[in-house]
Design a binder for this molecule. Structure first.
Ligand code: AMP
Ligand code: MG
Length: 521
């Protein structure tokens, strides 16, 4: 087999108890952290895209990527001897309700790859076929959602947002039937498999499941395993280790939320089974990117009524999810006071990040009283004027503060009438902003550079991903490659690629995949 530089050391299956039963039959799996299960082969695996950065991190050569074996391995048609494929067992709260056992219904981990540089990376195929956790679904994934996960997770990495990664995208040659809007119109779509990569895919729901079953022994095993493998720096903390660990999870999650809010990302399904213990963005489904600024917006049609997972709500939902995790870990604590204290610290940390985001995104230099209020006023003005979030922040960095007027932003508005109505408020805000910046000693060029380093120009807007998907569904993957390439440098200007930095075009407002997405993927 090629990929000789990779070594596998599968601690998750070695150190934790597995399901004694074989095969993909759907079942409740008690007392076990995973089920061993092999990917189901596909008719015609073909590598259609890969991440050069991730390949390099794993030490894979161009020859590896080009080999037929590569497509076979990452299409689920072949295994190396040292791979031990498994599906993880976990539960979760979905839309606020305890859902019991969920587990990897279509994700199959191949193994934990050790790199020459000392990294440990779990390789996981999403869409590799049924597992004991498939609950009546097919274990497969369609090309459109696979492209969305592949492109967005790599884009997030380049944006500096903690995330699971993606190594490659393999077309399977097998049609997958989906009813995209659950409205009785199923159709066959091309199938695909993404190879996701992360140091750990452990989710909050992994701890919730054993606790829900009163299985404290398994809970403790999982917690000790996670500490040993994923939080090695907490070793030697003795009895305090669980408290320190939860505190760190809270801190990482607070930081993740601040990143999402900074770049305008809406996850769409922040169920506790989609929350990473490492504070990574995990499970790219009906996610979206803010075009016209609207804290109420959610891309997920399944959540359109209650909007539980709307953009502006994400930091609060993360707190709620952390409190579920705290409840799950409580049996490990004699006294739950440290769990309470960390949940409180989450709120303080997030509030600090929110102020820091305001200072950085507005280019204010050193934080002062009133900076957060200045940001909130801008957000109100953006919303009233229907301004594009990404381009507004970019323009703030570009413009001359002394001469800027509402007119400077006119092109960024989605609705001319809204813009006109909001123009006086925007003018007022610009005066306040100019006054605030008057006290900043930095030269304008320096401020511009600092702002452009936190306010991206290129983000994987929903309609951009959809354009790449439309072409890919016709067999042309060049759009995927180009989008991926643009998103490798989201903060820099890329002459000739201005089309990728434009606001959402009118046609995309009602088109499926561009503003509305369902969980059907
Ligand atoms: P999600 O909210 O998309 O993260 O998925 C929730 C649960 O449904 C997880 O346990 C998934 O593994 C499972 N699931 C989603 N899609 C499929 C599918 N096509 N086949 C099997 N299981 C699935
Ligand atoms: Mg999930």
């Amino acid at each position: 087999m090629s990929l000789d530089t990779l070594r596998f050391d599968n601690r998750f299956v070695r150190d934790l108890p597995g399901d004694p039963q074989q095969g993909p039959g759907v079942r409740q799996v008690e007392g076990a952290a995973y089920s061993l299960i092999e990917p189901t082969p596909v008719p015609a695996p073909r590598l259609v895209a890969y991440s050069a950065e991730m390949a390099e991190t794993l030490g894979l050569t161009p020859a590896d990527l080009a080999s037929a074996e590569f497509a076979d391995l990452f299409g689920g048609n072949a295994l190396r001897e040292d791979m031990q494929p498994w599906a993880a067992n976990y539960g979760g709260h979905q839309f606020g309700v305890w859902a019991g056992q969920l587990g990897d219904g279509r994700a199959i981990s191949l193994g934990e790859a050790l790199t020459a540089a000392g990294g440990r990376w779990e390789l996981q195929l999403k869409g590799a076929g049924p597992t004991p956790y498939s609950r009546g679904a097919d274990g497969r994934a369609v090309l459109r959602s696979s492209i969305r996960e592949f492109v967005c997770s790599e884009a997030m990495h380049h944006l500096g947002v903690p995330t699971t990664r993606a190594l490659c995208l393999v077309a399977t040659g097998e049609p997958v039937v989906r009813d995209m809007f659950y409205d009785g119109h199923p159709r066959a779509e091309p199938g695909a498999i993404v190879c996701r990569v992360a140091p750990s895919f452990i989710r909050f729901g992994q701890f919730e499941l054993p606790t829900s079953r009163g299985d404290v022994a398994l809970l403790r095993q999982l917690a000790d395993f996670t500490l040993a493998r994923d939080f090695p720096h907490l070793a030697g903390r003795g009895e305090a280790r669980y408290a320190d660990w939860f505190d760190e999870v809270c801190a990482r999650t607070a930081s993740l939320m601040a990143h999402w809010m900074r770049v305008g990302f809406v996850h769409g399904v922040m169920n506790t089974d989609n929350m990473s213990i490492l504070g990574l963005t995990l499970d790219y489904g009906p996610y979206g990117w803010i075009d016209d600024y609207d804290p109420e917006w959610t891309p997920n049609t399944t959540d359109a009524q209650r909007r539980r997972y709307r953009y502006g709500q994400q930091p609060n939902v993360a707190w709620w999810n952390l409190s579920c995790l705290a409840g799950a870990l409580a049996p490990l604590f004699g006294d739950v006071a440290p769990l309470r204290a960390s949940l409180e610290r989450y709120a303080e940390l997030y509030a600090g990040h929110e102020r820091a985001n305001a200072v950085a995104k507005l280019g204010l230099g050193v934080e002062r009283e009133g900076d957060l209020a200045l940001m909130q006023s801008l957000q109100e003005a953006m919303q009233q004027a229907s301004l594009d979030m990404t381009l507004t922040f970019r323009t703030l960095g570009e413009m001359d503060v002394q001469t800027a007027t509402p007119e400077t932003f006119r092109e960024l508005a989605y609705d001319e009438a809204c813009f006109r109505a909001a123009a006086p408020g925007l003018a007022d805000w610009l005066r306040r902003y100019a006054a605030r910046l008057a006290g900043d000693p930095r030269p304008a060029g320096e401020r511009r550079r600092a702002m452009h380093a936190v306010n991206p120009l290129y983000v994987p807007r929903n309609y951009l991903a959809q354009q790449a998907i439309d072409r890919a569904e016709q067999g042309d993957y060049a759009g995927v490659h180009e989008l991926l390439d643009v998103l490798r440098d989201p903060y820099g200007e890329q002459p000739g690629r201005e089309a990728y930095a434009r606001k959402r075009p009118e046609w995309a407002v009602r088109k499926a995949g561009c503003s509305m997405l369902s969980c059907s993927s």
